[in-house]
Design a protein around this ligand. Structure first.
Ligand SMILES: C[S@@+](CC[C@H](N)C(=O)[O-])C[C@H]1O[C@@H](n2cnc3c(N)ncnc32)[C@H](O)[C@@H]1O
Length: 308
């Protein structure tokens, strides 16, 4: 049978961009696992903040053998369906890699395989029960014990926090000493394309006073306003409210919550020439230019372990 690899790649590219898809889930998991390992932490107890449309990446952490896997999500979130779990399971088995020589070894009469394919024997329906996600709950009210997790992450969530100081301080409490936290933060205007502002410029919302912005055609995530119904266009013509904190604000906030080794990588930046500070309102107008060019960042921070 002739396989059309290009068609497979095209389909994967499309699915990667859909937050409710098992493939997106796997990519979030893989990237976050890598970030954690790069910082010397093997995730054992994992917290995802704002999983949004699916619990798929938490399922992957459960499948890799984490002892504890939990989430906190402001809006309602459905338990993973049997169909979703079975697709995720198949996909993980398909991408687990190096299968050819392992299955070759397994076929050999004389050998015993001590290194099974990572995902083939995972019973996903049981794993699903391991995921402890508290929905309808904002971060600052998450009911987890102090020092519960050695790794915590979020993707495109922190820019939506209406209570960032309290939220980051709560995150500090639930992280274990020595633990790592990683957050991808989208600092762009989340106006909708059909309103047009953000299509013109990702920093357009920095030109608007706080009161005008807060009253503008934007709506906040809430218990009833979820990512899933936004993707189904149930928010109508409303953009999504953001707290408009910049890269330096996030670094300062994590520092003052007690985290150490706070660092940010810029994932996406706009050209300096396209930043028009004169058009901006305060406090944005007084920011350093490099602070304004960063529009998507990944922030990493550690809760220091006590010194002996
Ligand atoms: C843009 S979505 C991202 C969802 C998911 N991380 C993803 O990558 O698809 C932002 C999510 O953050 C959640 N959220 C916003 N404020 C929150 C808060 N204070 N506590 C917990 N979740 C929050 C929203 O309900 C929404 O599901």
């Amino acid at each position: 049978m002739q396989i059309n690899v290009q068609a497979i790649v095209d389909a994967l590219r499309e699915e990667c961009g859909k937050p409710a898809s098992p493939i997106y889930s796997f990519h979030v998991y893989a990237e976050m696992l890598q970030c954690s390992l790069r910082n010397g932490i093997m995730p054992k107890s994992v917290l995802e903040i704002g999983p949004g449309a699916s619990l798929g990446s938490l399922l992957c952490f459960a499948a890799m053998g984490c002892e504890r896997v939990a989430g906190v999500e402001l809006s309602k979130i459905e338990k993973p369906s049997t169909e979703f779990i079975s697709l995720l399971c198949d996909y993980l088995a398909a991408v687990s890699g190096f299968r050819w020589w392992r299955s070759y070894a397994a076929d050999s009469q004389e050998s015993t395989v001590n290194y099974p394919n990572l995902w083939d024997n995972v019973v996903f329906q049981q794993i699903a029960n391991k995921v402890d996600c508290r929905d309808g709950t904002p971060i600052h009210e998450m009911p987890f014990q102090d020092n519960a997790f050695n790794f915590a992450y979020s993707i495109a969530v922190l820019e939506h926090l209406s209570n960032p100081e309290k939220s980051i301080s709560k995150l500090f409490s639930v992280l274990q000493p020595g633990g790592i936290t990683v957050h991808e933060i989208d600092l762009r205007d989340h106006d909708l394309d059909d309103i047009g502002r953000s299509r013109n410029h990702p920093l357009a919302f920095l030109n608007i006073s706080k009161s005008d912005y807060d009253q503008g055609p934007v709506e906040q995530y809430s218990k009833d306003k979820s990512l899933s119904n936004r993707l189904e266009s149930a928010w109508g013509n409303l953009g999504v409210w953001c707290n408009r904190l910049r890269r330096s604000d996030w670094e300062a906030l994590f520092d003052s919550a007690g985290f150490t080794d706070v660092s940010t990588e810029v994932i996406c930046q706009v050209d300096r020439d396209l930043v028009n500070r004169d058009a901006m309102v305060e406090p944005f107008q007084s920011k350093e230019i490099d602070d304004l060019t960063a529009v998507v960042i990944r922030l990493t921070a550690r809760k220091a372990a006590p010194t002996m």
